[in-house]
Write a protein that binds this ligand. Structure first.
Ligand code: PLP
Length: 388
């Protein structure tokens, strides 16, 4: 059976061209960029070139790019780094629909003495700039709002929020992990001070990410040791990973406009087909302000993980926001935050498209999906099936 991979929001396959660019740095070009000999210098040059490429993709400067181990570390560094520089005092704002890399970090900061406001989203998952502005306090030093949601694909008005915060001189961070490759990463027009990236979401390698840190913004490093990464992140650099991230972001930017148009057409085709053919389907997220590759639905009365398992048996890789933890089904915090009932949100399915996705696959997928949803419904109360 030929598998159809429809989980690009979880991770993407490595672009073969990116792999080729990385390859020498696993073997012949193995030097440590901090070594002053020729072998080290060559690694240093590769690192410098990679930093320049990433900076170009973000319309930033090379010394504003810090390489990290991924999106989670970039988010942690941004929030904890800014809070520590601020003496773990004062107030920050984030939203109820963020990834756990932000939400769990914000909870941790609360234990260190930082006050946190979690601004709600509307039923489409959109955060109104006004509600961020209204939540500002005299002691607010940081706001973090994700660029696009990883579960329901809703795109936030980052530039509008950024403009307001810039005027008020409040630091602004965005988690752009899901947006990279689909949306513009021009940090100047987004008006952001910090922006998180993770290479494996845009056909780069896993375990490598970056944080854009605007010149002049002060954060405390969260990993101590050597002076690497402009003294913001100690540890010998992951040179193959960094070269891979740079090659991947360059390729993604080149293809972005055309590929986004193709994916938007496929996405809307799939959404229409599901709404027509799967009874009771409920689209989650915004219909228009949505990532080009995200299709997310709830099918009330069934359990999302059970559906994912059945689709997998039929050759389709998808995902669900509900997860089985310690024998219980936990609904996604994002779906809860947009006001869905627990039972409805347990029936969530995320289908995330990518470069390999075709219309033919989508048409075959809808047939299988409607059959499997109908079967699960006739099984009666199947909630908790996946937990047994
Ligand atoms: N932020 C968002 C919005 C994500 O979707 C993810 C991963 O799914 C992360 C952060 C974490 O990225 P990583 O797995 O590279 O640490």
């Amino acid at each position: 059976m030929q598998r159809v991979y429809l989980d690009h929001a979880a991770t993407t396959p490595l672009d073969p061209e990116v792999f080729l660019a990385m390859k020498p740095y696993f073997s012949d070009e193995f030097g440590n960029p901090s070594s002053i000999h020729e072998t080290g210098h060559r690694a240093y040059l590769a690192l410098t070139r990679a930093r320049e490429k990433v900076a170009r993709a973000l319309s930033s400067r090379p010394n504003e790019i810090i390489f990290t181990s991924g999106g989670t570390e970039s988010d942690n560094l941004a929030l904890k780094g800014a809070a520590e520089a601020h003496g773990f005092k004062g107030h920050i704002i984030t939203t109820a629909v963020e990834h756990h890399a932000i939400l769990h970090t914000a909870r941790y900061l609360e234990t260190r003495g930082v006050a946190v406001t979690y601004v709600p989203a509307d039923e489409k998952g959109r955060v109104e700039p006004r509600s961020i502005i209204d939540a500002l306090r005299d002691d607010t030093f940081l706001v973090s709002v994700m660029y696009a949601n990883n579960e329901i694909g809703t795109i936030q008005p980052i530039d509008e929020i950024g403009k307001e915060l810039q005027r008020r001189k409040v630091l602004f961070h965005t988690d752009a992990v899901q947006a990279a490759g689909s949306l513009s990463l021009d940090v100047r027009s987004l008006h952001v001070d910090m922006l998180s990236l993770s290479a494996h979401k845009f056909y780069g390698p896993k375990g490598i990410g970056a944080l854009y840190l605007k010149n002049g913004v002060v954060i405390e490093p969260q990993q101590l040791g050597g002076g690497q990464e402009l003294k913001r992140r100690a540890s010998t650099e992951n040179v193959p990973g960094i070269v891979g991230l740079a090659a991947a972001i360059e390729a993604a930017e080149l293809k972005r406009k055309k590929e986004s148009e193709r994916l938007i057409a496929l996405r809307d085709h799939l959404i229409r087909a599901v709404e027509e053919r799967v009874e009771g389907s409920l689209l989650t997220g915004d219909r228009v302000d949505r990532l080009p590759n995200n299709v997310s639905f709830c099918f009330p009365g069934i359990e999302g993980e059970a559906l994912v398992m059945r689709l997998s048996e039929q050759g389709f890789d998808t995902s669900s926001g509900s997860a089985c933890t310690s024998g219980n089904l936990d609904p996604s915090h994002v779906l809860q935050a947009i006001g869905l009932d627990r039972d409805v949100s347990l029936g969530s399915l995320r289908v995330s498209l990518g470069t390999s996705t075709t219309e033919k696959d989508m048409d075959r997928f809808v047939g299988v999906l409607s059959r499997e949803v109908a079967k699960l419904k006739t099984m009666g109360n199947v909630i908790d099936v996946a937990c047994r």
